[in-house]
Design a protein. Sequence first.
Length: 316
Amino acid sequence: MGGEFSEAPKVFDRAAVRAHRDRAARLPTEHDFLVREAAERLLDRLDDVKRQFPIGLDLGCRTGFLADALNGRGGVESILHADISWEMVRTLSNSPRSPETPPGTCVVADEEFLPFAAASFDVILSNLSLHWTNDLPGALAQLNRALKPDGLFLATLFGGNTLWELRDSLLRAEAEVDGGASPRVSPFADVRDAGDLLNRARFTLSVADIDSVTVNYPDIFRLMADLRGMGETNSTHARRRTITRREVLLRAGALYQELHGDQDGRLPATFQFITLTGWAPHASQPKPMRPGSATTRLADALGTSEHSAGDKTKPN
């Protein structure tokens, strides 16, 4: 499937993505509140679909809380958990599950090289994972292939304005203190591009929409601790590989407060959630009408008169 798209640029260091997920799996789950919020929003979309999806895939499963939150929703009877991180999968495999969690197995899988056979799943869910892929069009095409005909794909990923305040503050601080700047926050897709990619990957009835959440922090260090705990720290190839000097972080915190902080001293951090919805093609799905096949005139619907393009209004 990947042959349908041009070679994707290697923006992200996938080994770093895996390492950050491995580290996050060993940290307290208190940092995962944002991931859990996105999972609930994702499952709200599943609730809107009055269908049953017996066999599911949780791609980028982390420690399995999306599957735990299913609790019978969508009629999912069994689920395959997959994550790029061995530590995440090991933690999930060794953790007790709720009786309401659908039974399933765990595998280590890279979103860019999925090992699943065609037409394997009725539904594929992916929560805050696909924004780390270098070849998102290729990954989406593989996911479409892995769905059964008329199967449902639902995913959340971080959108373009995520952490714009942190990005601005770090760039300014590094330019001041070190005389130059390097990428400090990973680039994210915008909602229009995401919708186009669904269409390119041959999903039907596709929808991409966006929502924002603002989280207030007492300081920049608490924000960065949550990003580490979620496994969401910078994984770009162009990132600086040395430890950020404390002087840079202190200056970034001061700039964050000066430029973006509120009157109570809190630092707002913006997180954008892009939600993707798409269906694997099936003959039963609605099709766009052929040009000229309409049976009702637009003029009748608007309650006005109709003129051909060549008609000219007569002078009074």
